[in-house]
Design a binder for this molecule. Structure first.
Ligand SMILES: [Zn+2]
Length: 450
């Protein structure tokens, strides 16, 4: 147990626990995955102060510590990390029949234009974070709209809930409706003011957010790169190589650049803490550039399937000696769910279609510690271990009759986990804890907000 400066009340959960001892892509599933059938996670002051086998941790708990015993067939695990999502698109999730560029025109831009009204931003921010917690997502990297108030609304709501969250105002100064365009200078000034207002406040971080190369002039990308150099502990988030028409358009707009990744590279937008959605059709040089700079990718399987964009190539991302950090992401509203179990299930199918595979341990790692690593939040979230933020999920491993009967036939924990990512959804999220506080309890939920 670490000793906090002031004694903080200790709250503990006792039950089965999934945590990480390594990276399954490097050491294999068996050595990476830790499973303790009877474990205790003790939390104080928003952090985990002890986690491990119950017989070891129980003795170290202070007298009077409150221990909640979890029901059988449940599993404590780190909260999910959503590496790429657009909260303003929640109202258009599941819109029919369009590919990326058409989809932006028909659904995304009108939905984002509604955020000129701050009341819309506040309402959708609440709905979005409510849904996140119901799904066990405790950390996210979030695109807002071009309006600074869309960032204020989300950040204020996240601060109220003590969430760890990275977000930023979208930069767009061309190829978008007039009402959604800023300019290179205005985008820079507004982002800088938002950094001053929110970056480092509580567990909030700011992400410099050019939507993608199509909607930013070279001047705007340059300004974004300059802003990142001035604030190197901020994040950068954008999109890259999602769809064939988009890639062709980028080539036309930036004829002097070698490739799509090269556009961001030349504007100083690659590096650790830069995370790009998709990366479906990258050339070998682009993979090398991402790996060499430490820039990460967010894999968004439900979005890639829904918009018919293509298949992510795990084999290329995890090539030894040229590893690119990858996190999993919902990409709502192109993505069709905020359920991370559903997202993992679709990631498995994408891997299958692309000729590889996605064992359960790998998928659960990507959904937690892998995502934390992609966002450079390793050591803070993504694992259940002393010093980590006390953000966790309790899964109900028998959440439906179908899953309950299947669980009886599961030979080991890996099979039980695989069943969750194949058959499970929001009903499997029994509890969500944020900063050591229970913020979602499926069985007690009455529709009241946390
Ligand atoms: Zn996106």
């Amino acid at each position: 147990m670490t000793a906090p400066d002031r004694p903080q009340p200790v709250v503990a959960l006792r039950g089965a626990m999934l945590s990480w001892a390594g990276d399954p892509f490097v050491v294999g599933a068996k050595r990476a995955r830790r499973y303790d059938a009877d474990a205790i996670v003790a939390m104080a002051g928003g952090r985990i102060v002890a986690a491990g086998p119950a017989e070891r941790v129980a003795d170290a708990l202070p007298r009077g510590a409150k221990v909640e015993r979890l029901p059988r067939d449940t599993l404590m695990m780190p909260g999910f990390v959503d590496c790429h999502v657009h909260y303003p698109q929640l109202p258009v999730i599941g819109s029919y029949g369009a590919k990326l560029l058409d989809w932006l025109e028909r659904y995304t831009f009108p939905a984002e234009a509604a955020f000129a009204d701050e009341r819309v931003a506040r309402r959708v921010a609440r709905d979005y974070l409510d849904e996140n917690l119901r799904q066990g997502i405790t950390t996210a990297a979030v695109f807002c709209t071009v309006h600074p108030a869309s960032v204020d609304a989300l950040m204020a709501e996240a601060a109220r809930r003590s969430l760890r969250l990275v977000a930023g105002k979208v930069l767009m100064d061309r190829n978008a409706p007039r009402a959604l365009r800023d300019t290179a200078k205005r985008g820079y000034d507004e982002s800088k003011a938002l950094i001053a207002r929110w970056h480092g406040r509580g567990r909030l971080g700011y992400a410099i957010t050019p939507r993608f190369a199509v909607t930013s002039t070279p001047a705007q990308l340059e300004a974004a790169g300059a802003l990142w150099r001035e604030h190197p502990d901020c994040w950068v988030q954008s999109h890259v190589s999602e769809n064939a028409d988009e890639i062709a358009w980028v080539r036309k707009l930036f004829p002097r650049d070698r490739d799509y990744v090269g556009v961001y590279e030349r504007h100083g937008l690659l590096g650790r803490r830069a995370i790009y959605g998709h990366g479906l059709h990258l050339a070998p040089r682009e993979w090398r550039a991402l790996a060499a700079t430490g820039a990460a990718l967010a894999h968004c399987p439900t979005s890639n399937l829904f918009l018919g964009s293509g298949l992510f190539r795990w084999d290329r991302a995890t090539k030894p000696g040229r590893r690119v950090e990858v996190g999993l992401a919902t990409d709502v509203g192109g993505g069709t769910t905020l359920s991370f179990l559903r997202t993992m299930g679709e990631a498995y199918k994408v891997a299958h279609l692309a000729g590889t595979s996605m064992p359960a341990a790998h998928a659960f790692w990507l959904a937690t510690q892998g995502g934390a690593r992609a966002l450079d939040l390793d050591g803070k979230v993504g694992n259940l271990a002393p010093g980590f933020d006390a953000d966790l999920v309790v899964l109900d491993l028998a959440s439906t009759p179908l899953i309950a009967q299947r669980l009886r036939h599961a030979a080991d924990v890996d099979e039980a986990l695989f069943v969750q990512m194949t058959l499970g959804d929001d009903r499997a999220v029994l509890q969500t804890w944020v900063a050591g506080r229970k913020v979602h309890d499926r069985d007690a939920a009455t529709g009241s907000r946390p």
